[in-house]
Design a protein around this ligand. Structure first.
Ligand code: CA
Length: 364
């Protein structure tokens, strides 16, 4: 009896202490989290920076302010390429950028960003959602102490801006080009001097001649940077970035500490933004391309089959060679290659076949 009385007394004391602490701090204030999101983009940059803004807005609104996210542009808290460190070490809770910017830290991130001659946007999203891609990306980002979400996709990019004609793969020899990720590795293997610059540093580098050529994204973003002012030719397609993934990376400890409802809000906000960003590029690239060609007189040219075949062959060799010394990259690469094979097999009967059918010379 004595022991029982003691236990019930302790329970009452505990309940009283809990009640006291509840009254001491309003429940709503305890429950509010304020997160900072650093980005690799110039603040409010079309499609990319505004995609990050949209993510912050969705999360803040859907959580009714319980998770309030504030966005910072490149350089406001940390330089663009240090965003992942700031998130991984807990300086800030969240970031937005592109996975290949972290290749110097974890090599496998660049396979998640974009694979030369790889998947289109729909296939890439199918890989994340139904092909094991999310789990693999989480495994890769755990090395950076981050949780990963796909958070936007640019769709197929353009090949880039050049000041000389590109006719054969030999034309890459000695070319000083800004091109990130695996595309950069391929172009380097073709003999180019490759540099990686964050977006904001591209226009002055091209203008001053510090680089001979650059790729950025596509008409919508390239027009915004005025790249047409410093280059003669605009080549397509972006074989190197058929559907570049943007990433939302979250400090793993901050993520694990979120209650399930806020986790679900962050997950669904990313799904919405992933789609909204891709839709924005799809809707706006065509108008921007028209402006580039008809207002600014840009010379838009296709890469020849010869150059694409050369780059394609080189891509396979370079990628296989790169992953041979990195088991995590190899795991991601093999998964993507299997999904690519499957996607091509279906596309022949669906989207690729339809794309050809739609442009047959009939009146509509
Ligand atoms: Ca690009």
């Amino acid at each position: 009896m004595k022991r029982r009385q003691f236990l019930s007394g302790a329970a009452v004391a505990g309940a009283t202490a809990a009640a006291a602490s509840t009254f001491a701090k309003p429940a709503i204030a305890q429950d509010v989290r304020e997160w900072r999101m650093v980005t690799t983009w110039p603040k409010n940059f079309p499609g990319l920076g505004t995609g990050a803004n949209l993510l912050a807005e969705y999360i803040t609104k859907a959580s009714e302010g319980r998770l309030k996210v504030t966005v910072f542009g490149a350089g406001e808290i940390v330089p663009a390429f240090e965003a992942i460190d700031a998130v991984g070490n807990g300086t800030v809770e969240m970031g937005h950028g592109a996975p290949y910017y972290w290749k110097g830290k974890v090599d496998a991130t660049q396979y998640i960003a974009a694979m030369p001659f790889g998947l289109n946007a729909q296939e890439q999203n199918a890989w994340f959602q139904w092909g094991g891609g999310q789990e693999l990306a989480d495994k890769v980002y755990a090395e950076l102490n981050c949780k990963f979400f796909p958070s936007g996709n640019t769709g197929t990019q353009m090949g880039g801006w050049f000041n000389k004609e590109m006719n054969t793969i030999d034309d890459y020899k000695g070319l000083k080009m800004r091109i990130p990720g695996l595309g950069g590795e391929v172009v380097k293997a073709a003999g180019a001097n490759v540099v990686n610059l964050p977006g904001g540093e591209i226009p002055p580098a091209l203008q001053s001649g510090a680089i001979d050529a650059t790729e950025w994204v596509g008409p919508y973003n390239d027009l915004a940077f005025g790249l047409y002012k410093s280059a003669k030719y605009y080549y397509y397609p972006g074989w190197h970035e058929p559907a570049t993934v943007l990433d939302n990376f979250i400090n793993l400890d901050a993520w694990n500490a979120l209650p399930d409802d806020l986790k679900a809000i962050v997950e669904q906000a990313n799904r919405a933004v992933n789609q909204m960003v891709l839709s924005e590029f799809t809707a706006r690239n065509v108008q921007a391309l028209d402006t580039l060609r008809n207002k600014h007189g840009v010379d838009v040219r296709p890469f020849s089959d010869d150059i694409l075949t050369g780059l394609g062959k080189l891509s396979g060799e370079v990628l296989r060679d790169l992953v041979s010394s990195n088991p995590l990259s190899q795991e991601v690469f093999e998964s993507l290659i299997a999904f690519r094979t499957q996607s091509i097999a279906w596309s022949k009967f669906s989207e690729a076949a339809f794309a050809q059918a739609r442009v047959l010379p009939f009146k509509y």
